[in-house]
Design a protein around this ligand. Structure first.
Ligand code: G6P
Length: 598
């Protein structure tokens, strides 16, 4: 959430910063801004919308040093005034910020009492004024004096008119990386914006302050002592951010799912053997696990719901899926015999990271399923399984979600076999079928389904409800989220059996019920619920296997794997609906891909 980019060197900072901001757009795109040092002054330009809009406004702006920002609004509307950078009252400091200053109102009142005027509605502006207030000619000293006053989270890059060759950076809870090369240095919220230019990459830790010049990077701890930083080993950073002929990244990423699942599984399986590199739990450790919590946000939480069902079924332990923002404040009863499975595409989601830290503190067994290497969650987890979805650009996740499911199934099979809950001979059936899933997804992707007509049904309905049971309930949760995210159509997902406990009152001839009915065990139950809605005039759209008649027919599989198959046509349905509506599919309004604030 919010992207920071900074540059100091011998090239045109404006161009480098704007192109960096374009690479970081997935973090927020409601407004953007840049501040550079030029002609002995700090010049600041801002725009509503994406950083591309900044290009025109800055075509004349040449400088060798600057900072920039993509905003995802937390405090104050998405307009030019609230866009970052924010200047101190005397114009000496420019600040860009990712995070939330939780005590900003108190700080603002105190500063106003001292005569500071605020021009924006943001929490960030207090930082610029506080640095001015604490400035006695020493930039690092002013920043060091300011940081302890801030409650909440921040990644900061600061420019000072009196130090035309220096950028200061600092962080607490929000990610920030520094890249260096001969005669240039960069700051970014994400490594991906640094890899092409920087030879050496460093991660700033909480509490550290970094001072960058074009040929030096000095880091100080909270006590002001200089410390030595080790550079991060970068491996496997893919920079393929082309649409490869597809109209949208989302469609490209939907089509990539067979490949990304195969890649994820190929890292885990050696034939039928499951291997998690670095996982050091003995069979006894695994047998001692007595309950499992899958903890995540958004779609990753829906993947966790599947995890909870499959873990209960195969590993035979009480398993739950927990929303990370709830879990972190719930005083969870967890100990060394609890397994916490953290799931995160980005590895940076603030609530998920907080949940991980609680699990670590309480000494639980923890394993994280993460897509981005070197992300905070992966670095703070003792055990990490990396999904191999590659960079996912569309904000609404598709291929990272299905790769998470593939990793979850593999993990649960591993736990079930090692603990002896699932006989090896039985596991073969599950392993072989898991490996066949990518091919079955290909079949669905190549099927001639008239999504346009099906999307019309959605567009012609006043109320849309997705229903399913057990694994299919998890899938409808994800399917309805996809539709909401990209087409802005209000809809909900219900456990099919719950419908009659209230929501059925909404069903009439203007309703559409989208039902998942592939499970051999449960489809007759769900179909009964479908009939109850038909009896009340609802239009129905079903996803089925060839065993029964329905609207979308998908290949058969073992019940636990239907989430991987059933989601595919529903992703395409959401995509086509948004396409017909003319929505901004890859960058839906109000959303951000990496949610680094609470
Ligand atoms: C945001 C994204 C979702 C994602 C969720 C969790 O809301 O838009 O697609 O599922 O965050 O993100 P994570 O990176 O932790 O999987």
């Amino acid at each position: 959430m919010c992207g920071i980019m900074g540059y100091i060197g011998e090239e045109n900072a404006t161009e480098i910063i704007i192109s960096g901001l374009e690479a970081l757009e997935y973090r927020g795109y409601d407004s953007a801004g840049i501040a550079v040092y030029s002609y002995e002054d700090i010049i600041c330009k801002k725009c509503i919308g994406s950083p591309a809009e900044l290009k025109e406004k800055t075509s004349e702006l040449y400088s060798n040093i600057g900072i920039g920002h993509n905003r995802w609004a937390t405090h104050g509307r998405a307009d030019e005034i609230n866009a970052h950078p924010h200047l101190s009252q005397n114009g000496i400091f420019a600040v860009v910020h990712n995070g939330i200053i939780e005590n900003y109102e108190k700080l603002k009142t105190e500063l106003m009492d001292k005569g500071y005027n605020f021009v924006s509605e943001t929490d960030t502006e207090v930082i610029a004024h506080l640095i001015e207030e604490n400035y006695k000619g020493d930039l690092k000293g002013a920043v060091s004096a300011t940081l302890p006053l801030l409650e909440g989270s921040y990644a900061l890059a600061i420019l000072c008119k009196d130090y035309p060759d220096t950028i200061v950076c600092a962080k607490r809870s929000s990610p920030l990386f520094v890249g260096t090369d001969s005669n240039s240095a960069y700051i970014a919220s994400d490594i991906s914006a640094l890899t092409q230019k920087s030879k050496r990459i460093f991660r700033l830790n909480d509490g550290e302050i970094g001072l960058l010049t074009k040929d030096s990077f000095k880091v100080y701890d909270t006590d002001g002592c200089r410390i030595k930083k080790s550079e991060i080993k970068i491996k496997n950073i893919e920079n393929n951010i082309n649409k490869d002929g597809y109209e949208h990244f989302m469609l490209k990423e939907i089509m990539e799912q067979p490949a990304s699942i195969r890649k994820t599984l190929s890292e885990i399986f050696d034939g039928r053997k499951i291997r998690f590199k670095g996982l050091k739990w003995s069979a006894n450790d695994i047998k001692q696990i007595n309950n499992v919590h899958f903890v995540a946000c958004g779609s990753a939480y829906h993947a966790g719901m599947v995890g909870a069902y499959v873990c209960t079924e195969l590993f035979k332990r009480n398993s739950t899926a927990e929303i990370a923002s709830e879990f972190r404040y719930s005083n969870p009863c967890i100990d060394k015999n609890t397994l916490i499975v953290i799931i995160s595409q980005s590895g940076e989601t603030a609530d998920t990271l907080a949940a991980l830290r609680i699990a670590n503190e309480k000494n639980a067994k923890v394993i994280s399923i993460v897509n981005v290497e070197n992300s905070t969650i992966s670095l703070e987890s003792k055990n990490t399984i990396f999904t191999k979805a590659g960079p996912e650009i569309a904000v609404a996740t598709t291929k990272a979600y299905s790769a998470q499911l593939a990793a979850i199934y593999s993990l649960v099979l591993y736990l079930a076999v090692i603990s002896g809950e699932l006989k090896k001979i039985e596991a073969v059936k599950y392993i072989d079928e898991l490996k066949r899933i990518p091919e079955k997804i290909e079949t669905i992707l190549n099927q001639n389904i008239d999504y346009k007509t099906l999307s019309e049904k959605i567009l012609n309905s006043e109320y849309i409800c997705f229903i399913g049971r057990n694994y299919e309930y998890c899938t409808v949760m994800e399917a309805s989220l996809k539709l909401k995210e990209i087409s802005y159509i209000p809809c909900e997902a219900y456990a099919a059996g719950e419908l009659k406990h209230g929501t059925i009152s909404l069903i009439d001839k203007n309703s559409l019920v989208i039902a998942l009915c592939c499970s051999d065990r449960l489809s007759s139950k769900t179909l009964s619920n479908v009939n109850e809605t038909k009896a009340r005039g609802a239009e129905v759209l079903t996803v089925v296997t060839k065993k029964i008649s329905g609207d979308i027919i998908i290949p058969e599989t073992i019940e636990i794997y239907y989430p991987l198959l059933e989601i595919i046509p529903l992703q395409l349905l959401a995509y086509n609906t948004a396409l017909i509506k003319g929505c901004e599919i890859d960058k839906p309004k109000n959303l951000a891909k990496s949610v680094t604030v609470e």
